[in-house]
Design a protein around this ligand. Structure first.
Ligand code: C2G
Length: 131
């Protein structure tokens, strides 16, 4: 049982997120998503989500590729998550390329997947405001 983990905000879920989650699941048999809490988003990423953590969690749990959703509350937790959840592979979009290579020292494979072009939560908000 190969266990994969990925991290993110996943606000206003869209096909770019689904592309990422599908390919992340393809890396193994069990996919854990560490979902950024509202507090972490605001404190560390200055992101104010449209959907609350509970709603974003509910949406993710409805996706066939996702097996478990846990909270992401700090940048540091990735190291301990690898051990606590017996993770074999860490996956994230290539906008983060190189940023999490240190996780290899924890024994995890680190995979950066190509982002889906043209779509982002920011773009959706911009387009809706423009109309
Ligand atoms: N993503 C993608 N293609 C897009 C948009 C997003 O592949 N068009 C990917 C991102 O690369 C990321 C995941 O979908 O792997 C979630 O994206 P965000 O919610 O924007 O996550 P982010 O703010 O990058 O948070 O500790 C890591 C952070 O929590 C990552």
């Amino acid at each position: 049982m190969k266990r994969v983990i990925t991290y993110g905000t996943f606000d206003m879920l869209h096909y770019g997120h689904i592309n990422l989650l599908r390919r992340a699941k393809e890396q193994g048999d069990y996919l854990i998503v560490a979902l950024s809490t509202d507090e972490f988003n605001w404190r560390e990423k200055q992101k104010k989500c449209y959907f609350s953590y509970e709603k974003r969690k509910m949406l993710l749990e409805a996706i066939r590729y996702v097996d478990l959703v846990i909270p992401e509350e700090s940048w540091e937790q990735k190291k301990s998550d690898i051990h606590e959840y017996h993770v074999d592979t860490f996956v994230i979009g290539d906008d983060w390329k190189g940023k999490f290579d240190f996780l290899k020292e924890e024994g995890a494979e680190v995979v950066y997947l190509e982002r889906t072009p043209e779509i982002s939560t920011t773009q959706i908000k911009h387009d809706l405001n423009g109309k």
